[in-house]
Design a protein around this ligand. Structure first.
Ligand SMILES: [Zn+2]
Length: 265
């Protein structure tokens, strides 16, 4: 499946998801027989594709330390000698190059910028490639949702999502889980009258019916439909305020109330 193309001449970068576990996606980028994988929680599906396609693994990009994102790193690095890039602040040990906000990673002839996006975990980073129009954001921003707060505060996550929301609207969002259907059910509880959201629900249902991934989405679609990026909207603030009177104070409080609501939805 070709989901993105590189403008200009030369071989294209192809980006496609490898399903893993219950609902994870390991993202695989390929160009001229060389591969980069993002968050390989399991080595088996990656090794299968590399073997079948006679592909070489150049690099492994890690967004955060959870086992379903790093479980395959050691086996892949050992089998292919790939360099492992990951967060400077990560407790995960098997990282060759530790990255901070503003650092750049050059793979497959493209530069990726590192964004620090704490909240789901404290070490969480995202990889953004402007020319490719692609963001790999792990468990921070999901299609129509966001990651749970396992380590960081609501304020940290809100700041991280606000940073991501400033990226160009046509940026494709490659998140690490297929959670879209459940996320849309929650989003509709927050904003039942959002027509973009109603359309998205129908499109998502049809996509899942065909057995296809609902990701990547785009920043533009997320800003139109994802309640966690819409805390400035009066309708979202009002819905958050019905859960928690403090939520009316500012956008950050509204976000915290939505996140707490989603936890028990
Ligand atoms: Zn995680």
């Amino acid at each position: 499946m070709t989901l993105s193309t590189e403008p200009g001449s030369g071989p294209e970068i192809r980006i496609f998801p490898l399903p893993a576990f219950q609902d994870n996606y390991i993202w695989l980028l390929e160009k001229a027989g060389r591969v980069v994988v993002v968050d390989p929680g399991d080595a088996v599906p990656v090794l299968r594709v590399l073997d079948q396609g006679k592909l070489g693994l150049d690099a492994i990009l890690i967004t955060h330390h959870h086992a379903d994102h790093v479980g395959g790193v050691a086996a892949l690095a050992a089998a292919h000698g790939a360099r492992v890039f990951g967060p400077a602040k990560s407790p995960f040990a098997h990282i060759d190059v530790r990255l901070r906000e503003g650092d750049r990673v050059s793979v497959l002839g493209q530069d990726f910028s590192v964004l620090e996006v704490p909240g789901h975990t404290l070490d969480h980073i995202a990889y953004w490639c402007s020319p490719l129009g692609a963001l790999f954001c792990g468990d921070t921003l999901f299609a129509c949702g966001c990651g749970r707060l396992f380590e960081g505060s609501a304020a940290q996550m809100f700041a991280s999502l606000s940073k991501i929301a400033k990226l160009p609207e046509d940026t494709r969002v490659y998140c690490a889980h297929e959670y879209t259907s459940a996320n849309i059910r929650f989003a509709l509880a927050v904003e039942p009258a959002n027509l973009d959201l109603v359309l998205r629900r129908d499109e998502c249902a049809a996509t899942r019916q065909r057995g296809q991934p609902t990701v990547p989405s785009t920043i533009g679609l997320e800003k139109a439909t994802n309640p966690f990026l819409r805390c400035a909207q009066a309708t979202v603030r009002a819905a958050a305020g019905r859960r928690n009177p403090d939520a009316g104070r500012d956008e950050g409080e509204a976000f915290a109330a939505l996140r707490a609501w989603k936890d028990v939805f």
